[in-house]
Structure formats: structure tokens, C-alpha cells
Design a binder for this molecule. Structure first.
Ligand SMILES: Nc1ncnc2c1ncn2[C@@H]1O[C@H](COP(=O)(O)OP(=O)(O)OP(=O)(O)O)[C@@H](O)[C@H]1O
Length: 463
């Protein structure tokens, strides 16, 4: 159905009034109107799930009250507008509480009120349809069965197998792998191929949120529960109710909050900060980290009980250098997408360029491959990508070299270059860089997430 059309069923036993409403509504080309003289007639067609039903309160074979309940049970998405000869306020309140969208009294203003009510509904319905189609589009994008995660190597096929198993059940999944190996894409694939796919997928990057705000971000807060809590806010757990919560960089969670998270996972209920109300939650948990959590447990920075609670089905994403020819398949898809998006002619990797890519260690994995081939598309003036286009950009070693062309940069660009330089020269140790530059590590992680900084962790440096 088009986003702006709207099916409306008119239920009215008074033939004259019924045909008046039907005629009036049919004047709008976006409305597809059908008329019914009784509750029995309507119930036969309720499986068609119309967008709107205008319902006469007193019908010969049912009451508006009873019929409203039946509609809400059988077609909960249908909006019901009650039209009644009664102007008793309590009747209207009761029906609205039972799920009617509007209550309109039959008088000389009925036509105008009905028009306003339907106009509002039409916008809501169009918005809902748009949202549904966006959801379907996202779901299709992350459907690993249809190769949105590219790869045919034995290493990635093993991962696809596990992703499929993970999608079929509710088990907690812990995804590990070097930076840029596709942990977030894997998490989305699990969700969008699971029975929860029509419910929310909520991702939280623990490292990107300042330590003081994490608790409120996860569990929500009541107005006034701490300085800055100007209004009530639900947390990510409640937001993800019935869906999936993806806790990225779980290894960065503060040890004190680890205890609270464990309790929430065991008891399946949360309390917002500053509230005593217990809220039941039904959330599927996926976690990811590039850290070796067992090593963190041994160091005493990650709780052992939480580690075992989160381990569930472990999925290790292999580094790109272990995926053989997948490197070329993925590179080609990035090249095609980049050329198409930027109006460039189609480009092919030369035999030598392919050899070079296959030998590259790719410490930044797929994210690094993407920037490398996108830069090559820009550097190549022909339809061929040659080895010279795939040279790694040399990292400057002196701060003056950060701006070799002397072009004027904004303060933000300078900031990015300085932090990136410091990361490159300190083994990508975010904590250390945060201390050296006296900035928060969450700032650095936020910039990494925004793509302003790159965290190329050399394999030998990964714990
Ligand atoms: N198999 C794949 N095929 C094609 N593209 C992929 C594949 N896996 C990941 N990507 C792409 O690689 C990039 C990095 O993926 P993603 O953000 O999921 O990695 P990550 O492991 O979560 O990174 P980080 O550790 O930095 O959080 C994204 O652009 C993603 O779309």
C-alpha cells in the first residue's frame, strides 16, 4: 500500500447517516472507504486489518464498547474513532481508556471533527509505514544469509554458521576480534535475523560514554535524582525491551557497575536511578570487545562471575589477514560502492595490486581496507587500481609534519591530528594518550566512533 493511502471502514446502522459519512470520506482520493451496517458484517472483514474504523456507538447487534474490545484484540493496529449520539463525558473517557483513538459526538460539527481526526491519523499512519519500510531496509542490509557480510573463506564461513545458530536462540553472545573485524555488523546480523528483528536493536558503546553517566544511560533516571537530571529518562535497557541490547567495548565497564549489571542480568529487572519502582525487562544481550576478557579477569579488572554470565556463545571474528581471498571480494565491493557514490567510472584492481593486498597485514582490518581502497580510487586516474595507489600513508613523526602543506586547519582538525599522532606513537594505548594529553578517554573513543580517529592495533599488541 502507498504510504499516503488509508483504508477506512465505516460502521453505521442508520443508512442515511452511513451513506453521508461514506460519501464525505470518499471525496478524499487517499481514502479507500467501505461501509458496514452491523457488527457482524464488520467482524467478517476484520482480518483485512483496516487502518481506521469509524464506529457508531449503538448498533443493533452489539455495543460500541464490546465491538471496540473485539477490534483491539483482533486488529490492534487499527485506529478506532467512536461516533456517538451520547455526549456523556464519562462514556467518552471510558472508551478512550479502552483504546479508542477519538470520540466524536453526532451533531452539526461531526464532519469537521472527523476531518481533523483523520488528518492527524493519516500523518501517523504514513509515519508508521515509513518506519516499517526503513526497518525492513535495515534488516535486509544486515541479513548475513544474503551476503551483506562478505566472505567465502573457511574462517568466515565458520562465523556465519555461529551467527545463524545465535540468531535462532536467545543465548547471550560474546563477540571478540581485533578492531575493525566487523563485531558491530555481526551483532546487527544476529538481531535482524532473529525473532526479535521487529523490536528495537539498541547499541551502547561503553567506552564512548563518560564514566559518571554510564549508569543513567543504561538504567535511566528520575527527574532530580542527580545534578543535571532535569527530566525523567528511560535507560537503554528499557529502550531495548523485547529487543536486543548490544554492549560494545564491555571490557571498559567500571568494576562497580559490573556488579549492578550482573544483578540486572540475573534478575531481569531494573530500577531507574532515584526510583524504587522495579521494571521488568525482556532484553537479549550481545556484547563485544577487542580485549581478552579472561586476561582482564586475571588482572582483577573484570569480574569473573560477570565474565561467565556474558560468555554465552563466544564468536571470534578472524582478522582480515586470515581470510584469504575475502580481502579481494571485500575490497571490490568497497571500490564499486565508492565509485558509484562518487560518480567515478568503474575500477578494477590490477593483478599486482591484488597481490599487494593479499600480502598486507591489515592491523586495522576491514576498516583499514576500506580507507585504503577508497583512497586508491581517488588517486587512480584510469579504470585500474595499481600497487602505487595502495601505498600506506606514512605516519608523520614530528608535530610540524602533521600539517606538511601548511594549509589552514580548524581547531578541531588540529585536535584530531595531534591525538592521532599521539595514538600512533603510543601503541594505540587510549588510556596512556588520555593521560599524556590530559583529556578524557571517552573523548578519544567518541572521536574513534565518529571516524575522526583510527585505532590500528598491531596484532602483537592485543592483550
Ligand atoms: N564481512 C564484511 N564484509 C564487508 N564489510 C564488512 C564486513 N565486516 C565488517 N565490514 C565493514 O567494516 C567496517 C568495520 O566494521 P565494524 O564497525 O562492525 O567493526 P568492529 O569490529 O565493531 O570495530 P571496532 O572494534 O573498532 O568497534 C564497517 O564499515 C563494516 O560495514
Amino acid at each position: 500500500m502507498k504510504t499516503n493511502t488509508c483504508s477506512i471502514y465505516v460502521v453505521e446502522d442508520d443508512p442515511l447517516y452511513g451513506s453521508l459519512v461514506e460519501h464525505y470520506l470518499s471525496l478524499n482520493p487517499d481514502f479507500q472507504v467501505k461501509r458496514f451496517n452491523s457488527a457482524t458484517e464488520l467482524l467478517k472483514c476484520l482480518h483485512e486489518k483496516p487502518d481506521v474504523i469509524t464506529l457508531d456507538y449503538s448498533l443493533p447487534d452489539s455495543t460500541g464498547d464490546k465491538l471496540l474490545q473485539q477490534i483491539k484484540e483482533q486488529s490492534p493496529e487499527t485506529n478506532v474513532i467512536m461516533i456517538s449520539g451520547q455526549d456523556e463525558i464519562q462514556v467518552a473517557i471510558d472508551l478512550l481508556q479502552k483504546g479508542a483513538h477519538d470520540y466524536i459526538v453526532k451533531n452539526e460539527e461531526t464532519e469537521g471533527r472527523l476531518r481533523i481526526s483523520l488528518q492527524r491519523l493519516k500523518k501517523d499512519i504514513a509515519r508508521k509505514r515509513e518506519l516499517e519500510s526503513l526497518k525492513t531496509e535495515v534488516a535486509r542490509k544486515y541479513d548475513f544469509k544474503f551476503k551483506s557480510m562478505i566472505g567465502t573463506s573457511p574462517a568466515i564461513k565458520r562465523v556465519f554458521d555461529l551467527l545463524e545458530k545465535a540468531s535462532a536462540t536467545n543465548i547471550t553472545v560474546s563477540i571478540t576480534g581485533e578492531t575493525g573485524t566487523g563485531k558491530e555488523v555481526a551483532a546487527k546480523s544476529i538481531h535482524f535475523n532473529s525473532p526479535r528483528k521487529n523490536k528495537p536493536f539498541v547499541a551502547v558503546n561503553i567506552a564512548a560514554i563518560p564514566r559518571d553517566l554510564i549508569e543513567s544511560e543504561l538504567f535511566g533516571h528520575e527527574k532530580g535524582s542527580f545534578t543535571g537530571a532535569v527530566s525523567r529518562r528511560i535507560g537503554k535497557f528499557e529502550e531495548a525491551h523485547k529487543g536486543t541490547l548490544f554492549l560494545d567495548e564491555i571490557g571498559e565497564l567500571d568494576i562497580n557497575l559490573q556488579a549492578k549489571l550482573l544483578r540486572v542480568l540475573q534478575e531481569k529487572e531494573i530500577t531507574r536511578i532515584g526510583s524504587n519502582e522495579i521494571v521488568k525487562i525482556d532484553v537479549r544481550i550481545l556484547v563485544a570487545t577487542h580485549k581478552n576478557l579472561l586476561a582482564e579477569v586475571k588482572k582483577g579488572t573484570f569480574r569473573e562471575d560477570l565474565y561467565y554470565r556474558l560468555l554465552g556463545l563466544p564468536i571470534l571474528l578472524p582478522p582480515l589477514r586470515e581470510r584469504g581471498n575475502d580481502i579481494l571480494l571485500i575490497a571490490k565491493s568497497f571500490i564499486d560502492a565508492f565509485c558509484q557514490e562518487n560518480g567515478l567510472t568503474e575500477k578494477q584492481l590490477s593483478v599486482e595490486a591484488k597481490k599487494q593486498l593479499l600480502q598486507h597485514p591489515f592491523p586495522g582490518n576491514i576498516r583499514q581496507l576500506k580507507s585504503l581502497v577508497e583512497l586508491a580510487c581517488v588517486l587512480s586516474n584510469t579504470d585500474a587500481i595499481l600497487p602505487e595507489h595502495l601505498e600506506d600513508v606514512q605516519m608523520p613523526t614530528r608535530v610540524e609534519e602533521l600539517n606538511p602543506l601548511g594549509v589552514s586547519l580548524s581547531l578541531k582538525q588540529h585536535t584530531c591530528r595531534i591525538i592521532q599522532h599521539c595514538l600512533d606513537n603510543n601503541e594505540y594505548d587510549v588510556m596512556k594518550v588520555a593521560q599524556i594529553l590530559e583529556i578524557g578517554k571517552s573523548t578519544i573513543y567518541r572521536m574513534i566512533n565518529n571516524g575522526e580517529l583510527v585505532l590500528y592495533k598491531h596484532p602483537s599488541k592485543i592483550a
